[in-house]
Design a protein around this ligand. Sequence first.
Ligand code: NAD
Ligand code: DAU
Length: 352
Amino acid sequence: MILVTGGAGFIGANFVLDWIAETGEPVLNLDALTYAGNLESLKSLQGDARHVFVKGDICDRGLLDRLFAEHRPRAVVHFAAESHVDRSIHGPGAFVKTNIEGTYTLLEAVRAHWSALPAGEKEVFRFHHVSTDEVYGSLKPNDPAFTEKNTYEPNSPYSASKAASDHLVRAWHHTYGLPVLTTNCSNNYGPYHFPEKLIPLMIVNALAGKPLPVYGDGMQVRDWLYVKDHASAIRAVLAKGRVGETYNVGGWNERPNIEIVRSVCALLDEMRPDPAGSYSRLITHVTDRPGHDRRYAIDARKIERELGWRPAETFETGIRKTVRWYLDNADWVAHVQSGSYRDWVATNYAAR
Ligand code: NAD
Ligand code: DAU
């Protein structure tokens, strides 16, 4: 089996569902179930012996040692993290704790497990670290897209904590020989995305007739990838990636935020028309994010060339599937909008 950390979050849950459907190999899913973890996203695996869920923290070394001894996973895919830039601005401590100390604790547990494996198992063992394009900093309008050779220039507490975790993973390979793989991916979107992030927040707010808060001028550019394409990229890297290498993963879909919001409004106008008029009437420009990175773009040629991976979805096909999913899964959406979600919305938007 493989051990997945953070498999109840947005990308982790999509990955676990995809992995079991595509490979049939069992998953040991370790997740602390923070505000971002949601077992409802994994409901379709209830009663499936190939999914073993453990509620626990990657900072808990004793738990990690017990899990490795009992389950002897052949690989680890590490998603668990604090992932929201705005939350990192309001409270960076949790990001340092989970993203840096948690990754360090996990690396040490993995190293102890891996060092004691018999030669054959040791040879094929892999630690896959899931990271972000935000570690490279912000691009100017005409800069070339990020390659794996770009320098690290993280600007937010979130991206700095992810950059630190990338460096730890790199060092554990160079110093101890741990067989690691790292992927740095662009912005994901798709089913089970928590509505604190741009695309699901806009869908959920629009359907509730609430303002659609666009930070600043809305001309910040992100490179969007449908989440199932990220899952297939991780499968490809885990199977065929060269140990110690990093691979950038992206969808060749650079768009300014305002265009993303308008696309969401247009799809909702088509699929769930509002008698009051186009959802775009709700677009409201609000105070910008402090230190807001202007542009990210991924050069994904290395993973395409070396591993033959390509995204299956364009932005047009992926965003249509995503909006449809939110319309068809109103229960999931209602359940994630708990009291703590409402508190976060008040914290982040009330003073903007
Ligand atoms: P998410 O916030 O939706 O999910 C994170 C998951 O980790 C949650 O289930 C949470 O309960 C769990 N978790 C948090 N702290 C934990 C801890 N201490 N121990 C165990 N579990 C813990 O995040 P996501 O958007 O699914 O991102 C997953 C990973 O992918 C992160 O490492 C993130 O940096 C990276 N990434 C995300 C994106 C994106 O667009 N969302 C893009 C590139 C890379
Ligand atoms: O690039 C990969 C990263 O993408 C991941 O590493 C992060 O985990 C993930 O959260 C995401 O970070 P962003 O900050 O780019 O995503 P977010 O959805 O928060 O914001 C996308 C853009 O939309 C960003 O420019 C800020 C803007 N935005 C966001 C929100 C929540 C708004 O204009 N209004 C909003 O209300």
